[in-house]
Design a protein around this ligand. Structure first.
Ligand SMILES: Cc1cc2nc3c(=O)[nH]c(=O)nc-3n(C[C@H](O)[C@H](O)[C@H](O)COP(=O)(O)OP(=O)(O)OC[C@H]3O[C@@H](n4cnc5c(N)ncnc54)[C@H](O)[C@@H]3O)c2cc1C
Length: 405
């Protein structure tokens, strides 16, 4: 078995791990830094981010967009030094040109995620950082000085160890080994939930809406209270609601025991909708009720709404009662879907939960229990909204830990 001694070993060659290795090697030019990755190549996930465009940061990203116990405090400290500008400046230094869209989402100028990976890999090669890919870690031991990492063919002794193994799913349909790695040094890991994912809902009518999209406001309702609202495009799929606005509710919704209320005409109040619909109904008495929504919604949405209200879509408008019109008007802006518990990590962009933030030093990402051990990126109990916040955190935490090693 090969025995190898390095100054720093970074487990996980994702956004956080690669950035951390680069910063550590830049700081300690004469010391060896190594990245240990279980996949056959580094940075595979980066290539699928942002639909292949990699939304790597968000202008003005702040603690408001992050979740997890203690996440606000951590972000407030981290972003004082490593904010969106620091991250994009760092990438500019690596040779990457970026641009931001009207919403503040930062992308590579090429609009290709591969550009982000290319500049990181180029720097990794320039700095002589060893990429050890296809590595299956079977054990991690704390030594009197440093850590021993064991794989079937190597024993690596590292003065500093960084865990950057990301979330629970690897998006190839496999469970990531991330959770096992975190348990090896005895870190406390909170319960893991999929986040930024479609939300599974209990509904018979969704099948008829499969593939349809509608602009709406969506609100998460728990114990009759609105927990969070988002606006954007809702995508109806078989058995689930999807779209970025729904993703941003999924962190809580995936736990189940709550509802999503879809408002299809959020600019109008119920009385205004009622007036519009009753004018339409009295103008077209002989037309089927489903035609009430012509020019407003996709036909199938109108039919599904009527079914939800227990009204036959084929009946003529003259048959509709005032009470029924009021019910439809109310439902249009309060169309409720019961959320089902969802543990499908492979459809989620991030994992909520991870190593407790109280266990790490917020200024360095070093474990308070185990000196010389650092945990960064999605392996921690912190997750961001959709829009570049997760990569911003991965890169920023990687920079911070790398500079602290
Ligand atoms: C489809 C998709 C699109 C996304 N788009 C965006 C976006 O545009 N913007 C954004 O901000 N966020 C996006 N995200 C989220 C973002 O990709 C993650 O939050 C971010 O990559 C986390 O970085 P990380 O380095 O902590 O973990 P990862 O990027 O997950 O990297 C972890 C690495 O560790 C390796 N690893 C795991 N276990 C082990 C082990 N036992 N031994 C060795 N190696 C191991 C993994 O193979 C992986 O390479 C997206 C996620 C997905 C799935």
């Amino acid at each position: 078995m090969n025995k190898q001694r390095v100054y720093a070993a970074v487990i996980g060659a994702g956004a956080a791990g690669m950035m951390c290795a680069v910063r550590a090697a830049e700081k300690h030019g004469d010391k060896s830094v190594m990245i240990i990755e279980k996949a056959d190549r580094v940075g595979k996930k980066l290539l699928v981010t942002g639909n292949g465009r990699c939304n790597l940061s968000h202008l003005g990203a702040s603690a408001d967009s992050y979740h997890g116990d203690g996440s606000k405090e951590l972000i407030n400290i981290l972003f004082k030094k490593y904010n969106d500008k620091t991250v994009t400046d760092c990438f500019r230094g690596l040779g990457l040109f970026t641009h931001a869209d009207s919403e503040g989402r930062v992308y590579p100028l090429s609009n290709q995620a591969s550009s982000v990976l290319d500049v990181l890999r180029k720097r990794i090669a320039e700095l002589g950082i060893e990429e050890y890919c296809g590595a299956e870690i079977t054990g991690i031991q704390k030594l009197s000085k440093g850590y021993e990492i064991v794989t079937p063919d190597r024993r690596i002794i590292a003065d500093k160890l960084v865990i950057a193994t990301g979330g629970r799913a690897d998006h190839a349909g496999r469970e990531s080994g991330s959770a096992d790695i975190l348990r090896m040094p005895g870190l406390s890991v909170t319960k893991l939930y999929p986040s930024l994912s479609p939300v599974k809902v209990k509904s018979d009518i969704l099948r008829s809406l499969k593939g349809i999209r509608a602009l709406a406001r969506v609100s998460l309702i728990k114990d009759n209270k609105v927990i969070k609202s988002e606006s954007g495009e809702v995508q109806f799929t078989d058995g689930a609601l999807s779209g970025i606005c729904v993703f941003n509710l999924s962190r809580e919704a995936n736990k189940g025991g709550c509802e999503i209320a879809v408002s299809l005409l959020p600019e109008l109040d119920t009385d205004e909708i009622y007036t519009e619909l009753s004018n339409r109904a009295s103008r077209s008495k002989n037309a089927p009720i489903s035609e009430l929504f012509v020019g407003i919604f996709h036909k199938n949405i109108g039919i599904a709404l009527l079914k939800t209200c227990g009204i036959k879509p084929s009946a003529p408008c003259s048959d509709i009662s005032d009470k029924e019109l009021k019910r439809i008007s109310y439902t249009i802006n309060n169309w409720r879907f019961k959320c089902e518990p969802n543990r499908d990590f492979n459809k989620a962009q991030v994992t909520a939960g991870g190593v407790k933030l109280s266990e790490i030093d917020h200024r360095t990402f070093e474990s308070k229990k185990h000196r010389g051990l650092y945990i960064i990126g999605e392996a921690l109990d912190i997750d961001g909204d959709c829009g570049g916040y997760n990569l911003q955190f991965a890169f920023a935490s990687g920079m911070c830990a790398g500079d602290s090693l």
